[in-house]
Design a protein around this ligand. Structure first.
Ligand SMILES: Nc1ncnc2c1ncn2[C@@H]1O[C@H](COP(=O)(O)OP(=O)(O)OP(=O)(O)O)[C@@H](O)[C@H]1O
Length: 212
């Protein structure tokens, strides 16, 4: 492949993606593409399938119909375990472990970005002084920050963020926007669901609508 073809190729491309539950379509056919450096807002009413789409991309649900390509090749979750990072309604934190321990486990599984440390990331995310508290003793917003810290630490290219602003105060919301802008500037990409107003990046985000 030539260098220009590699630049032009989308990171992720969905064609006629459709998902059913009990033979009833939840969403689809859905077409979209996402390139490096792009952040997309996934839009739709309650129950339109936003979380379902992110769970499919996180490899937690199977594709029923349609196709999904990753850098021009059929997407197989098993081959992309470290490429995507899913932050869902369930934060994926072990409540008896501290934020430091949770992050250390994640970094042990997926590695850490160059130059990033668990301690540095926790300070950055606003959890200095709470590093060793069991997660169950953190507030809802602090738990969310502990989960968001994975975005800073792990080297995933595609972030799948389901309601990332929920439970966050104003500085937390600004933090998420800053993380997204920085991620895009470094060539990362993200799909974000949110029922609230969002303002990441300058200008309008790309939009993926669950219903035409
Ligand atoms: N585990 C499940 N078993 C059966 N049906 C489910 C399950 N999870 C979701 N659904 C159904 O799938 C549809 C899509 O749900 P999903 O959570 O993806 O919607 P959403 O767009 O994220 O909604 P919201 O905006 O309320 O978060 C809904 O009709 C929901 O009832």
């Amino acid at each position: 492949m030539t260098a220009s073809a590699a630049v032009a190729q989308p990171l992720l491309e969905a064609r006629a993606l459709t998902f059913y539950r009990q033979d009833e379509p939840v969403f689809g056919p859905l077409d979209f593409c996402l390139r490096e450096g792009e952040i997309a807002l996934v839009e739709g009413d309650n129950g339109s399938g936003k979380t379902t789409l992110l769970r499919i991309l996180a490899g937690l649900l199977h594709i029923d119909e349609g196709s999904l390509d990753w850098r021009g090749q059929p997407w197989r979750r098993i081959e992309h375990l470290g490429d995507t990072l899913f932050l869902g309604h369930h934060l994926g934190l072990k409540s008896d472990l501290s934020a430091r321990e949770n992050l250390a486990v994640a970094a042990g599984l997926y590695g850490a970005r160059d130059g990033r440390t668990v301690e540095g990331v926790l300070a950055n995310i606003g959890l200095a002084g709470y590093e060793d508290e069991p997660v169950r003793r953190l507030s809802a917003g602090q738990k969310k920050r502990a989960a968001l810290a994975r975005l800073l630490l792990l080297p995933a290219t595609l972030w799948l963020l389901d309601e990332p602003y929920a439970n966050l105060d104003r500085t937390g919301i600004e933090l998420v926007n800053r993380l997204l802008a920085q991620h895009a500037a470094e060539g990362g990409a993200a799909l974000v669901t949110s029922h609230g107003a969002v303002s990441f990046l300058n200008g309008e985000p790309k939009r993926i609508r669950m219903h035409a």
